[in-house]
Design a protein around this ligand. Sequence first.
Ligand SMILES: NC(=O)c1ccc[n+]([C@@H]2O[C@H](COP(=O)([O-])OP(=O)(O)OC[C@H]3O[C@@H](n4cnc5c(N)ncnc54)[C@H](O)[C@@H]3O)[C@@H](O)[C@H]2O)c1
Length: 329
Amino acid sequence: MRVVITGGAGFIGSNLVHHWRARYPEDDVAVLDALTYAGRRESLADLEGNPRLRFHHVDLRQPERVDPIVGDADLVIHLAAESHNDRAISAPLPFVETNVLGTAVLLEACRRHDVRRLHHVSTDEVYGSLELDDPHRFTEASPYRPRGPYSSTKAGADHLVRAWSETYGLPATISNCGNNFGPFQFPEKLIPLAITQLLRGRKVPLYGDGRNVRDWIYVLDHCAAIDRIAHQGRPGSTYLVSAESELSNREVLARILQILGKSEEWIEYVPDRKGHDRRYALDPGKLKAELGWRPEYPFGAALERTVEWYQGHPAWWEPLAFGREERRD
Ligand SMILES: NC(=O)c1ccc[n+]([C@@H]2O[C@H](COP(=O)([O-])OP(=O)(O)OC[C@H]3O[C@@H](n4cnc5c(N)ncnc54)[C@H](O)[C@@H]3O)[C@@H](O)[C@H]2O)c1
């Protein structure tokens, strides 16, 4: 099979490329990635020279360059996006261009070439924010209520995928997932930022009261879910992906401090992000019942593996580490 993975040099994308190479050595994989600040060929360095992996340094917003790559594919898995909330708040237009326009360009290429399957990777943030004491979790039937520039552009992309599926019969699936963590994550997001700051002997910034809750998942569990949905998901369907590990940002930092043998004095509370969503929580019942997916990495063990990975790969993150003035979550 010929598989195109957009955003394959990013965090989840590079983990997915590794997953695919190990699981389907016979497949030809083409990575399409613009190599923005978040895309790094170093994350695929161990696969350089693999005859069944090709890298295309291409921006999604260039239809004439996207078209021939998609023209060759049986399956397209779409992860390329601008993905970071703080950047979206300070400069939203690249998010509109890549997440909305870029997705439309990809969809048109898929339509033109009658691609047999497109899987679009999206986020739980499209559903808006829950209160901490709300007994409900998001389901596939929850209304879209994005509240920020990142989530609204991802929502726009989801709507486009559905529109191309309904209008043109493009066989597409969508997954919406919670907060991923694991190897190769750019140290602007909470977990890799905390680990790399602490490894450098610096304090970790924490927004507001630190009680914002996220639905955490180890990236390899997410990759296995994408694999399952792309192969067996019903065209036209959406699946929520969650390991059901709801933890506040403060709890996550406490666990990292514990792994590294440090006290809570290493946390520095900073003013809250504008429009900071309080809580996300997803019900993965449909994915489990229909496709038999189960997460395999408990949060604590996966967090330890992640800390060990950053400890063992300073050459990957040291050139990227953010200073205190660049606070991210
Ligand atoms: N990280 C998470 O917790 C999370 C959770 C749910 C969903 N998602 C979604 O998963 C996908 C991947 O997320 P990630 O965390 O790996 O993101 P990332 O920012 O680490 O990687 C994004 C990749 O897309 C590439 N890219 C950006 N703009 C591009 C363009 N115009 N053309 C081609 N390539 C471009 C970048 O170079 C990079 O390699 C995104 O669609 C994101 O919305 C992420």
